[in-house]
Ligand binder design. Structure first.
Ligand code: GAL
Length: 445
């Protein structure tokens, strides 16, 4: 006979199963748990910069080599974004940072360029690092101040570039009988250009070389500085607001004359290295450019003083146009330890020596041994120390609010094709007025 399982037995069995499950669960939850492993930071450093010319590439490679010698296990992933003065990269960086995709560090100029990031809360203060590394004791105060917002540090500068340099091919000038030492005024300079135009030495295509785009803003800025330190101070403090300001009009007239001696193909030259190459090869005699151009001359092995030379842009002797490249630490970067290690190398003696030797600039630190540097750079170190006026570049992010600086790129580029002095003076002063609320710093030059 089949034995039926009674209802009572079913209940007993169910209770036993439930008890067993609860017991097993209790044992599981009471067991000591292995510690939750924190997500480990990868051995990767992500970097963005716009150093793509020969000299620039050599400089960033040298800096990365110093980093690699200290942190050999870290893979450095660089993303170079072509476009001088960062005219492409700056826009790209803004969108990456906004999207929470900031790299571990990216090239940025000291001063105003960091302000929008700071205002929006994307930068982390690195004051502790500045103190532990002692950077404020070994860098010039104008630079130290430009790395701060509201008394905290947010950037580490790697160099000091000079913007107001007139470069020349000495071999060409010698052939034309022109002594560069006499070219301290615009009149003397344009007279030399006239000589080169009417009786050009073999191979010369135009007295001056220039490329398109942001380069026009760079040059116009140096000419504006040539109107005097007081005028430039007003300019960066947002006080040049009259479209009939005689100094502003004069600067534009001077630039118009300058352009009349430039290469005809200038609007097809993609960026500054192509203009610099024209001077190096003797197709042009002069160019106004920052001393990243020295990085290109250095690669040629030509001798400074004999084959190439440099002097202050007419009207700016004793003045130094300040452009300085820096890196920062954005909040929420993927590899914060790597970012801090990178900043340490950027601010180190060893890093700055390696980078600047190739870059054409001088170290941001004043305690780097000058012995291995080129004559141009040794002269630059002395000139910076002796400068009566250090004026911050707008074209290179430091001197004026971003809103104004980016407008100026377009205004100067438009001027170079339309050559309309009064319309440009109006556009510049309108842009100054539109950015009034953003002028939060008062420069004393
Ligand atoms: C500047 C930058 C320099 C150099 C130059 C040309 O803005 O500070 O390091 O790269 O642009 O691209």
């Amino acid at each position: 006979m089949k034995k039926e399982v009674g209802q009572g037995a079913v209940v007993v069995l169910a209770v036993a199963i439930i008890a067993a499950i609860i017991g097993a669960a209790a044992v599981y939850f009471l067991m000591p748990m292995p510690p939750v492993k924190e997500k480990e930071e990868a051995n990767v450093l992500t970097l963005y910069h716009w150093w793509t010319s020969g000299g620039e590439k050599a400089a960033i490679e040298a800096l990365i080599s110093v980093y690699k010698s200290k942190y050999p296990d870290v893979a450095v992933v660089q993303s170079p974004v072509a476009g001088g003065a960062g005219f492409v990269m700056k826009t790209l960086m803004k969108s990456l940072v906004l999207a929470g995709e900031a790299p571990d560090a990216f090239q940025m100029h000291v001063g105003y360029e960091g302000q929008p990031y700071y205002d929006a809360g994307y930068l982390e203060p690195i004051t502790d690092l500045w103190i532990s590394e002692g950077w404020a004791d070994v860098m010039p105060s104008v630079l130290v101040d430009s790395c701060k917002f509201d008394d905290e540090f947010y950037m580490v500068p790697v160099n000091i570039h000079r913007t107001n340099v007139l470069w020349y091919n000495k071999t060409v000038l010698d052939a034309a009988g022109i002594d560069p030492a006499t070219l301290t005024t615009w009149d003397a300079f344009f007279a030399a250009c006239e000589t080169l135009k009417t009786t050009p030495p073999a191979g010369l295509e135009s007295p001056i070389a220039v490329a398109r785009g942001w380069v026009h803003h760079h040059i116009l800025e140096q000419i504006i500085a040539g109107e005097g330190a007081t005028f430039y101070q007003d300019y960066v403090n947002g006080k040049v607001t009259s479209a009939t300001d005689p100094k502003l009009l004069n600067a534009l007239e001077t630039y118009k004359t300058y352009l009349s001696y430039c290469n005809e193909d200038r609007e097809s030259l993609v960026d500054w290295p192509e203009a610099t190459a024209k001077v190096i090869t003797g197709k042009a005699a002069f160019e106004i450019m920052g001393d990243w151009a020295a990085g290109e001359w250095l690669l040629t092995g030509k001798v400074f003083g004999t084959e190439w030379g440099a002097m202050a842009v007419p009207g700016t002797s004793g003045m130094w146009g300040l452009c300085s490249d820096a890196f920062q630490h954005c909040s929420g970067v993927a590899h914060p330890t790597r970012s801090t290690e990178w900043l340490k190398v950027v601010g180190s003696k060893e890093g700055q020596a390696a980078f600047n030797l190739k870059k054409g600039s001088i170290p941001a630190r004043t305690d780097v041994d000058p012995t291995p540097f080129n004559v141009y750079q040794k002269d630059a170190m002395a000139d910076f120390k002796a400068a009566d006026h250090v004026f911050p570049s707008v074209a290179h992010g430091t001197g004026a609010p971003e809103a104004f600086a980016s407008e100026m790129w377009d205004i100067a580029a438009t001027f170079a094709t339309k050559l309309d002095v009064s319309a440009t003076a109006k556009a510049i002063t309108d842009a100054v007025k539109a950015a009034q609320d953003d002028y939060v710093k008062v420069w004393a030059i």
